[in-house]
Design a protein around this ligand. Sequence first.
Ligand SMILES: NC(=O)c1ccc[n+]([C@@H]2O[C@H](COP(=O)([O-])OP(=O)(O)OC[C@H]3O[C@@H](n4cnc5c(N)ncnc54)[C@H](O)[C@@H]3O)[C@@H](O)[C@H]2O)c1
Length: 378
Amino acid sequence: MSIERGSADNSVHLNTMQRSSLNLEVSCPHSLLEVEMVNIAVVGLGWWGKIMVNTLAGSSSVRVVAAVEPNAELGAPLCKEGGIRHYAQLSDALQDPEVEAVILTTPNRFHEEQIVEAAQAGKHVLCEKPLALGLASAERAVEACLRSGVRLGIGHERRFEPPMKMVRQLVADGALGQVLQIEGNFSQNKFLALAPDNWRLSVQEAGCGPMTATGIHLLDLAGSIAGAARAVRATAYNLATGFESGDSASAHVVFDNGVTATINAMLSTPFYSRFAVFGSRGWIEVRDKSHVESPSGWIVTRSTTGDETETIDIPVATPVRENVEAFARAVRGKQSDYPVSLQEMLNTTSLLESVFEAARTGSLVVPRKSDVLARVRT
Ligand SMILES: NC(=O)c1ccc[n+]([C@@H]2O[C@H](COP(=O)([O-])OP(=O)(O)OC[C@H]3O[C@@H](n4cnc5c(N)ncnc54)[C@H](O)[C@@H]3O)[C@@H](O)[C@H]2O)c1
């Protein structure tokens, strides 16, 4: 098979037909043009809230009509500039009849309560990760959404990255054989610029710091491939900074089916992100060229028993927007239209909680399995 080499970086590109023949093609998102726009309020206009508003500006299925930001100096000018209504608190936005759904880009400690408040007001919720800081909180939030009949989405946009869809498709098709092990690392050093008392560095709000900030995306991806976990060991050390919640975290997860995942995350090294799945017939590795806040594409390497190892460039995509648009489809349809199931959201929260405990105690922790869906639905 012939391959094209990129002139600038000498990386290998496969054309569309070549990718198809490798069964690596990415499925196209459904068109939403025929569906009525979902009117949204973004709650919290800090780092991620601003990115969210900007990212959604070109969407054909969601429209940001309002934002909640208690810091008026921040919120008022941003909302004026964006031509959207500004509210100082969530309860005000929840009374706005035009607002159908909220996106919570608030500090982690508010997520549980804000999901419940929004659900009880009849508004659909997409909550940024982590859904909650413990399984009991996540269960309360999920239960509130189910009882109010509103949809729940989660900020695990890495599920919507084209190479991650490709990895999961290859696994589903059996192209990698029996999955054996998963390895991932998602690290960055942005938090070095934060004040020492910032919530992102605190043990209460960001336990096992690097895992809550970035590693959680990989815990979620690993769970999307391997299912629920049965045991976890983890460490969180502070080696290079004064971060209360640690700057170097590592987790070793054993899933119910015997697949294992090693997930590493650091907050004191430049951006690095890698996710790899190894199977009995081959492996695939995804490397991100840059952070999702300004994505620039991916490098994917795949090796199949008996074939040459191949590397392809995947062009830039908009996973943050795709996630919200998938949520919008669920708002117009049903919860099961959203590709991250409620059970998976609960599993990831349980896994994160277990990582906290394993890192704190140094012991092997068995993640609790939630029965909230069975309880509420019967
Ligand atoms: N999916 C991702 O890749 C990703 C990336 C970054 C952050 N996040 C998540 O987004 C959330 C916010 O993170 P951030 O880095 O933007 O934080 P941030 O501190 O920069 O911003 C939070 C904003 O929320 C506002 N706020 C505080 N209390 C509020 C309240 N009660 N109601 C409404 N607004 C309130 C703050 O004034 C601030 O402007 C976190 O849960 C974080 O984990 C997700």
